[in-house]
Design a protein around this ligand. Structure first.
Ligand SMILES: *[C@@H]1O[C@H](CO)[C@@H](O)[C@H](O)[C@H]1NC(C)=O
Ligand SMILES: *[C@@H]1O[C@H](CO)[C@@H](O)[C@H](O)[C@H]1NC(C)=O
Ligand SMILES: *[C@@H]1O[C@H](CO)[C@@H](O)[C@H](O)[C@H]1NC(C)=O
Ligand SMILES: *[C@@H]1O[C@H](CO)[C@@H](O)[C@H](O)[C@H]1NC(C)=O
Length: 402
């Protein structure tokens, strides 16, 4: 009896999910901007959305592939209205959401919003728990193209539920299912990119592609080098789960963080790009420095991120090199491209001369190759490459058969 029952339960647990998110979106990593790292709640406004859209065009970012203008937490009022609907905060959206989305669409760009799987968003605005289908109907009506779904105030063994639950009452998968189903249900009316933000819980990379177009793999990027190192080190271990239609999301970029040096910003952008993370800018484009602009407009690196093969780079260990250390930036990275291989060299813990022989690089092997380094523009050919790299800086090298 016992064994028959456990067989039955095992059978139920393994039933295929009813719907899978196969919406044709996110065939290459999403590129865009999000309000959060710019000014948190204060940037969740029509003004920021429209200013950023204009800057996407005037700074040439749109032509480089940056497309999504995503508004994060704090865009609504603190409670639902009498019809149970989310209401845009009138002080931030004087004409509502739809005219802003319409304007952004007329510029050839896309518009995203943020919600939460629990009772409240992380900043305490209404969550979508048990309002999933109604909220998606609202997104469709407004013309929303992207929906980030956070994991605050979700079912928890602690009562009342805390903002960030350390003892979840079940799998995050359970509370992401109704929203996924609502988005799939509305797909014929509007195709919405679905970004799962469960902070990498429940090995989301193993099921994320059935649920969304990208999934956060970790806790937040706090805008310091330790965050960059922590997240990159996680990404290296789960690279194989990224593929066209569903990518590991290393979290929004923090180019522009006062806690990062220029070297660190280059490494941050380069590692996010080669691991095929969505590239979501998080800085105020009104006063961006030329140095930062050069980083985010690096076409060679963007092309590597957007390569149609959609396979993420990971670490490799040349003969004599030490093993990777969790939480640190490993020096040697490589990944396949549709027309070659990308090598990343990172001075993650020490400045120095970093050399690799192409024989030791996965996807290459014996022979002579042509290469181009994307930050310095240097080119060359031979059986190896070598760079002097300053502390926390990176070199991104595209290698093709000579
Ligand atoms: C509730 O808000 C939605 C959209 O935010 C609006 O369409 C609807 O008319 C509102 N209902 C009431 C009763 O105010
Ligand atoms: C850009 O402007 C914002 C708001 O005024 C300010 O907080 C930030 O420090 C400025 N950034 C730069 C790089 O000047
Ligand atoms: C790279 O390795 C190959 C095979 O061991 C060797 O023939 C070649 O000389 C090496 N290249 C360099 C620059 O050391
Ligand atoms: C390859 O190396 C040769 C000899 O050093 C040089 O003449 C040629 O310009 C190089 N090609 C590239 C693409 O760097």
């Amino acid at each position: 009896m016992k064994s028959a029952l456990s067989t039955l339960f095992l059978g139920l647990a393994q039933l295929p999910i009813g719907e899978s998110l196969d919406n044709g979106l996110g065939r290459t990593p999403l590129m865009g901007w999000s309000s959060w790292n710019v000014a948190q709640c204060n940037a969740a406004s029509a003004k920021y959305a429209l200013d950023t859209a204009n800057k996407f065009v005037s700074l040439g970012l749109k032509d480089l592939g940056y497309q999504y203008i995503n508004i994060d937490d704090c865009w609504s009022t603190k409670s639902r209205n009498a019809s149970g609907k989310l209401v845009p905060d009138p002080s931030k959206w004087p004409d509502g959401i739809k005219p802003v989305a319409d304007k952004i669409h007329s510029m050839g760009l896309k518009f995203g919003l943020y919600g939460d799987a629990g009772q409240m968003t992380c900043a305490g605005y209404p969550g979508s728990e048990s309002h999933e289908a109604s909220d998606v109907a609202q997104l469709v009506e407004w013309g929303v193209d992207f929906w980030k779904f956070d994991n605050c105030y979700t079912p928890c063994l602690d009562n009342p539920r805390p903002q960030t639950c350390s003892r979840p009452a079940g799998s995050t998968k359970t509370w992401y299912t109704p929203m996924r189903d609502a988005i799939v249900g509305a797909q014929k009316l509007r195709n919405i990119y679905f970004n799962l933000c469960n902070w990498g819980r429940d090995n989301v990379w193993t099921w994320g592609a059935q649920y969304g177009n990208s999934w956060r793999i970790s806790e937040d990027n706090w805008g310091d080098f330790a965050s960059v190192a922590r997240i990159a080190s996680i990404a290296a271990g789960i690279y194989q789960y990224s593929a066209p239609g569903g990518f590991n999301d290393l979290d929004m970029l923090y180019i522009g963080s006062p806690k990062l040096t220029t070297n660190e910003e280059r490494l941050h952008f380069g590692l996010w790009a080669i691991t095929k993370s969505p590239l979501v800018l998080g800085l105020d484009l009104d006063n961006i420095s030329d140095t930062r602009l050069a980083i985010i407009r690096n076409k060679g690196i963007i092309d590597i991120n957007q390569d149609p093969l959609g396979k993420a780079a990971t670490t490799f260990r040349p003969p004599g090199a030490p093993a990777p250390v969790s939480g640190q930036v490993y020096p040697y990275w490589a990944g396949p491209l549709s027309d070659g291989v990308v090598i990343g060299l990172c001075a993650g813990t020490a400045a120095g001369t970093y050399t690799v022989n192409f024989t030791d690089v996965p996807g290459l092997g014996a022979g002579t190759y042509t290469w181009k380094e994307m930050y310095t523009g240097q080119t060359g050919n031979g059986t190896s490459v070598s760079f002097n790299i300053d502390l926390h800086d990176m070199r991104v090298i595209k290698v093709t058969k000579a």
